[in-house]
Design a protein around this ligand. Structure first.
Ligand SMILES: *Cc1c(COP(=O)(O)O)cnc(C)c1O
Length: 226
Protein backbone atom coordinates (compact mmCIF):
# COMPACT_ATOMS: atom_id res chain seq x y z
CA UNK A 1 0.00 0.00 0.00
CA UNK A 2 1.14 3.55 -0.72
CA UNK A 3 0.24 6.67 1.26
CA UNK A 4 -1.97 7.69 -1.65
CA UNK A 5 -3.87 4.40 -1.53
CA UNK A 6 -4.24 4.61 2.23
CA UNK A 7 -5.60 8.16 2.08
CA UNK A 8 -7.98 7.18 -0.72
CA UNK A 9 -9.25 4.29 1.38
CA UNK A 10 -10.00 6.60 4.31
CA UNK A 11 -11.74 9.09 2.02
CA UNK A 12 -13.84 6.29 0.51
CA UNK A 13 -14.77 5.21 4.03
CA UNK A 14 -15.88 8.74 4.89
CA UNK A 15 -18.41 8.45 2.05
CA UNK A 16 -19.37 4.96 3.12
CA UNK A 17 -19.79 5.43 6.87
CA UNK A 18 -20.79 9.06 7.39
CA UNK A 19 -24.33 10.29 6.83
CA UNK A 20 -22.92 13.75 5.97
CA UNK A 21 -19.60 13.04 4.23
CA UNK A 22 -19.34 16.56 2.77
CA UNK A 23 -19.00 17.93 6.30
CA UNK A 24 -16.18 15.59 7.33
CA UNK A 25 -12.56 16.71 7.44
CA UNK A 26 -9.64 14.29 7.50
CA UNK A 27 -6.65 15.35 9.57
CA UNK A 28 -3.58 13.42 8.43
CA UNK A 29 -1.66 12.96 11.67
CA UNK A 30 2.07 13.24 10.95
CA UNK A 31 3.54 12.74 14.42
CA UNK A 32 5.15 9.43 13.44
CA UNK A 33 6.95 10.69 10.36
CA UNK A 34 9.58 13.19 9.27
CA UNK A 35 9.43 15.93 6.67
CA UNK A 36 10.32 13.57 3.81
CA UNK A 37 7.31 11.39 4.46
CA UNK A 38 5.11 14.43 5.03
CA UNK A 39 6.07 15.56 1.53
CA UNK A 40 4.68 12.28 0.23
CA UNK A 41 1.42 13.02 2.01
CA UNK A 42 1.34 16.51 0.47
CA UNK A 43 2.11 15.03 -2.97
CA UNK A 44 -1.24 13.23 -2.80
CA UNK A 45 -2.93 16.63 -2.65
CA UNK A 46 -3.88 16.38 1.01
CA UNK A 47 -2.69 19.39 3.03
CA UNK A 48 -4.57 19.19 6.34
CA UNK A 49 -2.10 17.90 8.92
CA UNK A 50 -2.11 17.28 12.68
CA UNK A 51 0.62 17.08 15.29
CA UNK A 52 0.50 16.52 19.04
CA UNK A 53 3.71 18.18 20.27
CA UNK A 54 4.33 21.92 20.23
CA UNK A 55 8.06 21.76 19.60
CA UNK A 56 7.68 19.32 16.73
CA UNK A 57 4.83 21.11 15.01
CA UNK A 58 6.85 24.34 15.26
CA UNK A 59 9.81 22.74 13.46
CA UNK A 60 7.64 21.19 10.79
CA UNK A 61 5.72 24.43 10.24
CA UNK A 62 8.99 26.31 9.76
CA UNK A 63 10.35 23.68 7.37
CA UNK A 64 7.33 23.87 5.08
CA UNK A 65 6.96 27.64 5.40
CA UNK A 66 10.49 27.99 4.04
CA UNK A 67 9.32 25.98 1.05
CA UNK A 68 6.23 28.14 0.66
CA UNK A 69 3.92 25.17 1.00
CA UNK A 70 0.35 25.80 1.92
CA UNK A 71 -0.66 23.59 4.85
CA UNK A 72 -3.55 23.72 7.30
CA UNK A 73 -2.04 22.70 10.66
CA UNK A 74 -4.08 21.28 13.52
CA UNK A 75 -2.81 20.91 17.06
CA UNK A 76 -4.29 17.73 18.52
CA UNK A 77 -2.24 16.84 21.61
CA UNK A 78 -2.02 17.86 25.21
CA UNK A 79 -0.79 21.45 25.19
CA UNK A 80 1.28 22.96 27.98
CA UNK A 81 0.56 26.59 28.72
CA UNK A 82 4.17 27.67 28.24
CA UNK A 83 4.13 26.25 24.68
CA UNK A 84 1.06 28.10 23.42
CA UNK A 85 3.20 30.98 22.17
CA UNK A 86 5.05 28.67 19.75
CA UNK A 87 1.95 27.63 17.87
CA UNK A 88 -0.57 30.45 18.20
CA UNK A 89 0.25 32.13 14.90
CA UNK A 90 0.23 29.11 12.67
CA UNK A 91 -2.39 26.58 13.70
CA UNK A 92 -5.91 26.74 12.41
CA UNK A 93 -7.56 24.68 15.16
CA UNK A 94 -6.49 23.56 18.65
CA UNK A 95 -8.42 20.34 19.32
CA UNK A 96 -7.40 19.75 22.89
CA UNK A 97 -8.42 22.55 25.25
CA UNK A 98 -9.00 20.75 28.51
CA UNK A 99 -8.56 23.40 31.23
CA UNK A 100 -9.69 26.96 31.84
CA UNK A 101 -6.13 28.09 32.55
CA UNK A 102 -5.03 26.74 29.15
CA UNK A 103 -7.94 28.47 27.42
CA UNK A 104 -6.99 31.71 29.18
CA UNK A 105 -3.40 31.45 28.01
CA UNK A 106 -4.52 30.73 24.43
CA UNK A 107 -6.88 33.68 24.61
CA UNK A 108 -4.13 35.97 25.89
CA UNK A 109 -1.65 34.92 23.21
CA UNK A 110 -4.28 35.18 20.47
CA UNK A 111 -5.10 38.70 21.61
CA UNK A 112 -1.40 39.61 21.53
CA UNK A 113 -1.09 38.52 17.91
CA UNK A 114 -4.41 40.06 16.96
CA UNK A 115 -6.40 36.98 16.08
CA UNK A 116 -9.38 34.95 17.18
CA UNK A 117 -8.39 31.31 17.25
CA UNK A 118 -10.69 28.34 16.72
CA UNK A 119 -10.59 25.71 19.44
CA UNK A 120 -12.37 22.55 20.51
CA UNK A 121 -13.04 21.50 24.09
CA UNK A 122 -11.63 18.06 24.87
CA UNK A 123 -13.86 15.83 26.93
CA UNK A 124 -12.82 12.64 28.69
CA UNK A 125 -16.07 10.80 28.06
CA UNK A 126 -15.03 7.34 29.24
CA UNK A 127 -13.31 8.64 32.39
CA UNK A 128 -9.97 6.87 31.96
CA UNK A 129 -7.60 8.28 34.59
CA UNK A 130 -4.66 8.26 32.20
CA UNK A 131 -6.46 10.43 29.65
CA UNK A 132 -6.62 14.18 29.40
CA UNK A 133 -9.87 15.98 28.93
CA UNK A 134 -12.61 17.72 30.84
CA UNK A 135 -15.12 15.79 32.87
CA UNK A 136 -18.52 17.11 31.84
CA UNK A 137 -19.33 18.65 35.23
CA UNK A 138 -15.96 20.44 35.34
CA UNK A 139 -16.57 21.78 31.88
CA UNK A 140 -20.01 23.04 32.78
CA UNK A 141 -18.65 24.91 35.77
CA UNK A 142 -16.01 26.59 33.55
CA UNK A 143 -18.38 27.38 30.68
CA UNK A 144 -19.30 30.94 31.51
CA UNK A 145 -15.64 31.86 31.95
CA UNK A 146 -14.72 30.07 28.71
CA UNK A 147 -17.45 31.85 26.79
CA UNK A 148 -16.18 35.20 28.03
CA UNK A 149 -12.79 34.75 26.40
CA UNK A 150 -13.06 36.99 23.36
CA UNK A 151 -10.09 35.71 21.36
CA UNK A 152 -11.07 32.06 21.31
CA UNK A 153 -13.88 30.71 19.20
CA UNK A 154 -15.29 27.46 20.57
CA UNK A 155 -16.25 25.41 17.50
CA UNK A 156 -17.08 22.08 19.09
CA UNK A 157 -15.87 19.09 21.07
CA UNK A 158 -13.11 16.51 20.83
CA UNK A 159 -12.60 13.14 22.45
CA UNK A 160 -10.24 10.20 22.27
CA UNK A 161 -11.96 6.83 21.95
CA UNK A 162 -11.10 4.48 24.83
CA UNK A 163 -8.32 1.95 24.33
CA UNK A 164 -8.75 -1.81 24.62
CA UNK A 165 -12.53 -1.89 24.72
CA UNK A 166 -15.06 -3.56 22.45
CA UNK A 167 -16.80 -1.85 19.57
CA UNK A 168 -20.04 -1.44 21.51
CA UNK A 169 -18.26 0.59 24.19
CA UNK A 170 -16.43 2.73 21.64
CA UNK A 171 -19.72 3.46 19.92
CA UNK A 172 -21.31 4.45 23.23
CA UNK A 173 -18.49 6.87 23.95
CA UNK A 174 -18.87 8.59 20.58
CA UNK A 175 -22.65 8.67 20.90
CA UNK A 176 -22.23 10.25 24.33
CA UNK A 177 -20.07 13.03 22.86
CA UNK A 178 -22.83 13.68 20.33
CA UNK A 179 -25.33 13.89 23.18
CA UNK A 180 -23.10 16.26 25.16
CA UNK A 181 -22.73 18.53 22.13
CA UNK A 182 -26.50 18.64 21.78
CA UNK A 183 -26.99 19.42 25.46
CA UNK A 184 -24.37 22.18 25.43
CA UNK A 185 -25.78 23.61 22.21
CA UNK A 186 -29.26 23.79 23.71
CA UNK A 187 -28.30 25.15 27.10
CA UNK A 188 -25.26 27.33 26.51
CA UNK A 189 -24.22 27.78 22.89
CA UNK A 190 -27.35 28.47 20.89
CA UNK A 191 -26.27 25.81 18.36
CA UNK A 192 -22.90 27.40 17.63
CA UNK A 193 -21.02 24.15 18.35
CA UNK A 194 -20.72 22.50 14.96
CA UNK A 195 -17.63 20.26 15.11
CA UNK A 196 -17.01 16.84 16.64
CA UNK A 197 -13.41 15.69 16.45
CA UNK A 198 -13.55 11.97 17.10
CA UNK A 199 -12.10 8.89 15.43
CA UNK A 200 -8.54 7.66 14.84
CA UNK A 201 -7.08 4.79 12.79
CA UNK A 202 -8.68 2.08 14.90
CA UNK A 203 -12.11 3.59 15.42
CA UNK A 204 -12.78 6.22 12.76
CA UNK A 205 -15.43 4.18 10.96
CA UNK A 206 -17.48 3.91 14.15
CA UNK A 207 -16.92 7.62 14.83
CA UNK A 208 -18.16 8.47 11.32
CA UNK A 209 -21.28 6.39 11.82
CA UNK A 210 -21.97 8.24 15.07
CA UNK A 211 -21.60 11.68 13.50
CA UNK A 212 -17.96 12.75 13.59
CA UNK A 213 -17.07 15.85 11.55
CA UNK A 214 -13.30 15.61 12.01
CA UNK A 215 -11.28 12.39 12.04
CA UNK A 216 -7.63 12.35 13.10
CA UNK A 217 -5.94 9.47 11.32
CA UNK A 218 -2.25 8.64 11.66
CA UNK A 219 -0.87 5.10 11.61
CA UNK A 220 -3.38 3.86 9.01
CA UNK A 221 -1.89 6.27 6.45
CA UNK A 222 1.60 4.80 6.74
CA UNK A 223 0.59 1.14 6.59
CA UNK A 224 2.91 -0.68 4.24
CA UNK A 225 5.43 2.11 3.99
CA UNK A 226 7.07 2.50 7.42
C1 LIG B 1 -1.67 10.05 17.43
C2 LIG B 1 -2.98 10.69 17.56
C3 LIG B 1 -3.98 10.41 16.62
C4 LIG B 1 -3.81 9.43 15.48
O1 LIG B 1 -3.76 8.13 15.99
P1 LIG B 1 -3.68 6.85 15.04
O2 LIG B 1 -4.21 5.75 15.87
O3 LIG B 1 -2.26 6.68 14.68
O4 LIG B 1 -4.52 7.12 13.86
C5 LIG B 1 -5.21 11.06 16.77
N1 LIG B 1 -5.42 11.93 17.77
C6 LIG B 1 -4.48 12.23 18.68
C7 LIG B 1 -4.80 13.22 19.75
C8 LIG B 1 -3.23 11.61 18.60
O5 LIG B 1 -2.30 11.92 19.53
Amino acid sequence: MSIKENICEVIENIKKYSSHPEKVKLIAVTKYVDENVIEKVLDTGHNILGENKAQVIREKIDYFKAKNMDIEWHFIGNLQKNKVKYIINDVSLIHSVNKLSLAEEINKRAEQVGKVIDILLEINVYGEETKQGYKLEELISDLEALKNLKNINIKGLMTMGPLDVDEVTTRKVFAELVRIKKELNENYFNNSLTELSMGMSGDYKIALQEGSTIIRVGSKLYEGIL
